[in-house]
Design a protein around this ligand. Structure first.
Ligand code: MGD
Ligand code: MGD
Ligand code: SF4
Ligand code: SF4
Ligand code: SF4
Ligand code: MO
Length: 898
């Protein structure tokens, strides 16, 4: 592109030809006021606040700087008399529709309109008219809309339509009655708004205003702490806004994965729980069946005594620990060190077992590294085709979900394979409503079509892979006809999807639990890498195989070695060199026995092989399958420690409960789904006798004879870096200095890795795995005729211990429900909202029916977020042999009227 030379306020600047005057001015530090400008969207030019005067050059006159491009020889004045007059006139006009009441407005001192009026000396309008007054809409639980304070800049509408992709705000009315509102003027709460608050954050006046900050005076007197959202693996960056040691709100930052956006859980659901009265504040010891407050000394002495007793009586492998994928890398590192170095067992695991265990095992087998291969920015920048398999992205990874919507608005074609009509349907080019549990057959069918059309990448296969011939022979059998029948989909769609995927240059596969949570989960994952290897779409910009990791730090908990067979950085415990390396680093003797997976621990308890369990921030009584068998195991344990924020279902079974520290009360890092290590910073103080989780582990270690201490989280990360090659270059200092690091990051000068497997796979050659399709463990039959699928919804998060303590979220959703297809409901004579009983071979739950077309006939869907009617009472605990993940996504049920 050609460069042009222009002058702004007498300063010379050279910029590429297409640059707007606004951006050119910004680049030399000249600020031009705007009201309607949104950096990620094409300029609207409607508020006209950014007018500038252009003197030299071909064009002369007043132009809007946000939309006018720089041209050679332009002389721009940003504060000439004509400009100032024009801006005054605009403000004067705006004030004629804006109801003035700054003294009592909650936006007072934060309002861009107010600031500009002060700057340009506009005190009142000279066009007093009788602009109509509107009712304030207070129906959204998080924010109010006051049309009387609206200046019709349309930012909210553009954010909602083009960035959030929700399209619920529009201009309504005519003439002087023109106003912004929900489509058809319905109430905010009756609309499709998903309460992301992205419109509110961009409103330049007090028209859209956060309820939380209502009545908080002196809002300028706040502290802002930059940190990472504690919910999902997107890893959105934001400020917590703190006043008098209380978090009152959030403010999105331009993080690499969120680019200024947040979802409802990050924006509004990530802070009320921090100081909630339900927080556990003191150690508790169960005496005669009742929890009693205890001192830290009493609690820690009891824990140490019990650990030593069981170690002596039955050996260290009679003790197991579950680490917390919600907590920091630093806490997770110390936890596994406690289990390995101090207790002497490899029985340590984390929640990845329940979600992406198959990704860790499957992709490590085929590619050599079990993580997302590409980065969010590179797969979302300009994809041609997005192949979305078993991921309900707009609900479970919402800020990636909205980037998918944006990509579709820019022309990408979205192909969805999911048994349910997920929220993204409006944006979907093709939806294959596949029968649950048939992913392997589906992928084999896609590959059959690719090969029979000669679209496989032969050079790539020859140069970078192995195992192709076997795969080719096997998928020959998976003809489109056969696969269409197995999966219950249209043959033509399967063929078209395969051709589209193979032919596109940039086509990421994005998958999630719809692929992993099956008794064939690992095979499902390897089928994903098979497809990408076949067409050479690994190690390539805009492509890859991209598992969306679930919890905020489930990637990190695995990276830190909270896995039974892995030291930090996936250094195998089965390799004697690794064992001696860690023995030297940690100054101890380490066990070489393979540890138990979390899902193996419960049967082992029932068989008396595990006597004591230390659970750091996990709630298996609510979230593991077949709750009944989990409860039996927890009851049978001789000793259970739970270190938690809240009294969870699991904590009720504990012998000792220890109060942990929430993410907003400690320093550390989380690693998001794209392997990006990001800072977590302390915003508010701990209350009562809560302590930092890692300090508690150090005290336990010390009391059982392995003295341990760290000065700070940064200190812990220094130790991690010293023993973990893929983290060798990661430090808090670098992150605090503004660097953003994705592992592998192998030295202090290494900038980290955006895309894995670029020149070579981590394991050398990419491995094809020829895999036959197998049916799920429990299929519907005459007695249990329906297939139950389980999963998530937008507003609540896993056991809801955090989201369930956010008032506004509870107002939107607080009860369990079951999605039933309208045809089935009619057959069973069940009405919408009616209470129904759902039974499986393992138990039953009562919940309300939600009737529609989200699920297919003969299939039903429930979430596991709610204590009333938790679907895990009925799910199947059968696991995938290769990874130990339970088959949460398929079990057979029947429904009766309750
Ligand atoms: N709002 C919210 N967000 C969350 C969480 C939360 O609880 N709430 N939890 C976080 C965690 S821990 C995780 S792991 C992620 C999970 O994120 P996701 O995996 O996206 O969420 P799920 O709803 O469990 O399942 C995704 C989809 O898989 C589909 N599915 C079921 N069976 C099959 C199948 O056999 N084949 C295919 N192709 N699809 C199938 C379901 O219909 C569902 O739409 O979300 C994270 N984000
Ligand atoms: N039916 C069904 N069941 C499922 C699934 C499904 O799809 N269907 N999905 C499964 C999946 S993918 C997952 S990941 C699991 C999730 O299962 P869990 O890990 O049990 O659920 P979370 O809500 O993530 O719970 C973490 C706990 O950690 C606590 N916590 C959070 N931060 C901290 C901290 O810093 N310190 C301490 N000490 N505690 C903390 C919270 O209070 C919470 O109680 O559920 C699984 N269960
Ligand atoms: S909160 Fe989000 S979804 Fe709701 S109107 Fe605003 S931008 Fe749209
Ligand atoms: S509500 Fe706010 S963002 Fe929307 S048009 Fe009015 S002033 Fe602009
Ligand atoms: S998308 Fe995930 S990380 Fe981002 S704000 Fe929402 S819950 Fe938090
Ligand atoms: Mo998960």
């Amino acid at each position: 592109m050609k460069n042009v030379n222009i002058e702004i306020d007498g300063i010379k600047v050279t910029v590429p030809e297409e640059t707007t005057i606004l951006k050119a001015a910004e680049s030399i530090g000249i600020e031009i006021p705007t009201l309607c400008y949104l950096k990620d969207l094409t300029p609207d030019g409607s508020c006209r606040m950014c007018v500038v005067e252009v003197k030299g050059g071909r064009k002369k006159g007043l132009f809007t700087a946000c939309s006018e491009h720089c041209a050679e020889g332009m002389q721009v004045e940003t504060r000439s008399e004509a400009v100032i007059d024009s801006r005054r006139f605009i403000l004067d006009m705006l004030m004629s529709i804006h109801e003035k009441r700054c003294l009592t407005c909650r936006q007072n001192s934060h309002c861009q309109l107010q600031e500009l009026c002060m700057e340009y000396g506009v005190e009142d309008t000279t066009y007093p008219g009788d602009a109509p007054r509107f009712d304030v809409d207070t129906s959204n639980p998080f924010f109010d809309f006051d049309p009387n304070a609206c200046i019709m800049c349309r930012k909210c509408e553009r954010v909602c339509t083009s960035l959030q992709g929700r399209k619920v705000i529009s201009i309504n009315g005519r003439g002087i009655g023109t106003h912004m509102s929900m489509v058809y003027d319905i109430k905010w709460s009756e609309s499709n708004c998903e309460s992301c608050g992205n419109c509110v954050a961009n409103c330049p006046t007090g028209a859209l205003l956060d309820k939380k900050i209502k009545g908080i005076p002196r809002l300028w007197d706040v502290k802002k702490v930059g940190t990472t959202c504690p919910h999902c693996g997107v890893g959105c960056q934001y400020n917590l806004i703190v006043k008098d040691d209380e978090i009152i709100g959030t403010e999105a930052l331009e993080g690499p994965s969120n680019r200024g956006m947040l979802c409802v859980k990050g924006r509004y659901g990530s802070f009320e729980f921090v100081k909630h009265p339900d927080r556990i504040k003191y150690p508790l010891i169960k005496r005669n069946g009742e929890f009693q407050r205890a001192s830290w000394d009493e609690a820690l002495d009891l824990i140490a005594a019990k650990i030593l007793q069981h170690k002596k009586e039955s050996g260290p492998d009679a003790i197991a620990g579950f680490s917390c994928s919600r907590s920091t890398n630093e806490d997770n590192y110390v936890f596994q060190k406690m289990m390995r170095a101090a207790i002497g067992t490899n029985n340590v695991d984390n929640c990845a077992r329940l979600c992406h265990g198959p990704s860790v095992v499957g992709l490590a087998t085929t590619l050599g590294s079990g993580a997302m291969t590409n980065s969010i920015a590179d797969i979302m920048e300009a994809p041609e085709v997005i192949f979305l398999i078993g991921s309900n992205t707009t609900e479970a990874h919402p800020v990636i979900g909205i980037q998918i919507r944006q990509a579709v608005l820019r022309g990408a074609k979205l192909i969805v394979a999911d048994p349910r009509a997920i929220d993204l349907m409006d944006y979907t080019y093709m939806h294959m409503q596949i029968r649950p549990g048939t992913n392997v057959a589906f992928a084999n069918g896609i590959m059959n079509v690719i090969i029979s059309n000669g679209l496989e990448d032969q050079d790539y296969i020859a140069g970078r892979t192995e195992g192709y011939e076997e795969l080719k022979d096997l998928v020959k059998e998976y003809t489109p006809e056969k696969v269409a029948q197995i999966c219950g989909i249209d043959k033509e769609m399967l063929i078209e999807a395969a051709l589209m995927y193979a032919k596109a240059d940039r086509a990421p596969i994005i998958y999630c639990l719809g692929v992993t949570e099956h008794s064939t989960g690992t095979e499902g994952v390897m089928s994903m890498s098979n497809m990408a290897l076949l067409v050479g779409k690994l190690g390539k910009y805009g492509c890859g195989v991209n598992p969306l990791r679930g919890q905020n730090n489930v990637q990190g908990a695995c990276d830190m070695g909270c896995l039974p067979g892995d030291f930090p950085g996936y250094q195998k415990t089965s390799n004697p060199d690794n064992v001696s390396k860690f023995e030297k680093a940690w100054g101890c003797t380490l066990s070489t026995t393979q540890g138990l997976r979390s899902t193996e621990v419960f049967p082992a308890i029932l068989e008396d092989r595990i006597k004591a369990l230390y659970i750091f921030g996990e709630d298996p009584a609510a979230t593991d399958p077949d709750s009944n068998h989990i409860r039996k195991a927890l009851e049978k344990l001789d000793f259970l420690v739970v270190q938690e924020l809240f009294m969870t279902e699991t904590a009720k079974y504990a012998d000792v409960i220890l109060p942990g520290a929430s993410y907003a009360q400690k320093e550390g890092t989380f690693t998001n789904t794209e392997r990006r290590v990001q800072r977590v910073r302390k915003a508010v103080e701990l209350e009562g006798e809560m302590r930092l989780d890692s300090d508690v582990f150090c005290d336990v270690m010390t009391r059982i004879g392995y003295p341990a201490h760290f000065d700070s989280a940064a200190d812990i990360m220094r130790e991690v870096a010293s023993v973990t090659p893929s983290f060798a270059g990661v430090s808090h200092e670098r992150l605090d200095g503004g660097e953003s690091l994705q592992w592998p990051c192998t030295s202090s000068t290494d900038k980290g890795t955006c895309i894995l497997h670029m020149d070579e796979f981590t394991r050398g050659r990419g491995l094809f795995k020829a895999i036959e399709f197998k049916e799920p463990d429990e299929l519907p039959d005459a007695e249990y005729p329906l297939t139950m699928i389980t999963g998530r919804m937008l507003y609540h998060y896993n056991n809801a211990s955090m989201t369930g303590r956010t008032e506004g979220i509870v107002q939107i959703s607080n009860e369990s429900y079951v999605e039933i297809n309208a045809q089935d409901a009619e057959k069973m004579n069940i009405r919408d909202g009616e209470k129904v009983k759902i039974c499986s071979r393992r138990g039953e739950v009562i919940t309300s029916a939600r009737i529609g077309n989200v699920v297919s006939p003969n299939e039903v869907f429930m979430t596991f977020h709610f204590a009333d009617g938790n679907v895990n009472e009925i799910t199947n605990s059968v696991t995938d042999e290769l990874s130990g993940i339970p088959e949460y996504k398929v079990c057979a049920v029947k429904i009766e009227k309750a």
